[in-house]
Design a protein around this ligand. Sequence first.
Ligand code: NAD
Length: 559
Amino acid sequence: MHQTRTSSDPRTILSDPLLNKGTAFTEAERDYLGLHGLLPSHVATMAGQIDRRIAVLRAFSTSFEKYAFLRDLQDTNETLFYALLAQHRSELLPLVYTPTVGEACVRFSEIYSRPRGLFLSYPLKGRLSQILADLPFDDVEVICATDGERILGLGDQGAGGMGIPIGKLSLYTDCAGIDPARTLPVMIDTGTDNEALRENPLYVGWRNKRVRGAEYDSFIEEFVEAVRERWPHAMLQWEDFAGPNAVALLHRYRDRLPSFNDDIQGTAATALAAILSAERLAGIDLAQHKLLLFGAGAAGCGIASLLVDELEKRGLSRDKARGCIYAVDRDGLIIEGANVAIPGQALIARPEAEAGGWLASGSAPGLIETIERVHPAVLIGTSGQFGAFGEPVVRAMTKHHDRPIILPLSNPVTRSEASAEDIEAWSDGRAIIGTGSPSQGATGAVTQVNNVYIFPGIGLGALVSGVTRITDAMFIEAAKALASLKPEGSGDALFPPSEQLADVADCVALAVCRVAERDLGAIPPLDGWEKAIARRRWVPAYRNSLCSPNIERTHNAIS
Ligand code: NAD
């Protein structure tokens, strides 16, 4: 028997990416929704749709074309997009996320076609609360916001930076199982200082120099207050803000709403996890060694701060812990009273008494000179300087350690300090390597030391435990949980392969919930945190459109 057909415009369902199933609408659904004639006759299964889509995707020759194809699928049929991603994660992750997402931000205006998320530009100042109230995003739980000023290592991409929140939230869904209807990417468009963009006729953002100072701060304040009013329990991830703003916003808002900065805290936890895992492989104790950071900006300083915390936990005094870490920035080794450029660098600046003599030649030692003086066991790159770890740097690292740990973390590949292949060759295969973007070494895939191993689980854990703030302890425990997942017999791999990112997110979320319980008094559900985490997982499977409350809502809204 046919269900009575609804009276509303059937095309509405087909153009809603959260409800659309394309050719997978069943005969009964086609009857009920009035879709006959609007779809070809074949009723597909999701498995069949996945096979068809992956075949089309593989026929494109460039990563950017594949990215555009996937974004189009996401904007037309989100369930299928996530099912495809889950089934082909290791192939698709580098397209949806880094490295391809970098090019996608640069060319965002070229491919912009459909609305997704929120574009809050400065001329809307004074109206944000009303705008958020009027929009039909009722169930938002996870927000990822950027102002586009420091996109990966690519600098100011203005409104094109929106590619990053879209990509990150795709991973919240794919890895942590957050319902896509509950995620919201936000571009806070306060202009761009990228002149070429402002002059590009295709540019879709607000064509103005960046608003700075008090005006910028009050716009962000208005945004945060509007978010708190509209979605009082939502979690906010700050993403790809330039250094000074990144640090200031994190400190200003971390106790006002559950929020964190992924470039600072997520990166730090990921790097710490990689170092803990590599430490075991190398058979060393970090507390007995030196670590050298190359590039001490938002990411580098965040890593340094978490490393100091970890070393203190191992029993070192704060001074001793700080003494294990050296940092080289654009003006050489960072030395107190000489070249500390941002507040975060003060923690790792070498005391003048130790390094003052090194200034005898007039300038602070550079990277190689520092390696030769200090003999670090670990070298981490967060400088965005392509090729900075050349052969002499890698050979210097191998001189004093059997298994030096070398982590060029900068993204995308065009900003990476070194390729895994080169490090392998120059260290005669002895270095333990992790790279920011996916890469291949002589014996297979090299571990991608990327925040994707941390942030989805942090968000999931924060939501499940219902905390009102996200603490540093959560990142340390998240790092330990991730490091503990290194599979037995997996050679030099530091983390599980990307196929297991959903399990990783659950494990990180559990660590977060336990810290929330221990430190913030979160109360576990009667059946335990694990069950609560599992219950939350949204899976990319088609829902029955004949009894979906969402369909009813959509119909009521348009009828
Ligand atoms: P940032 O701009 O805050 O910091 C970059 C730092 O590098 C600055 O302190 C800058 O002075 C320094 N620098 C620039 N040129 C240098 C040179 N020639 N020598 C030494 N130092 C130099 O940016 P950030 O947020 O810290 O990000 C830096 C890089 O790290 C980016 O490429 C980003 O993609 C990457 N990153 C990777 C991950 C990951 O998960 N793998 C996470 C976050 C950031």
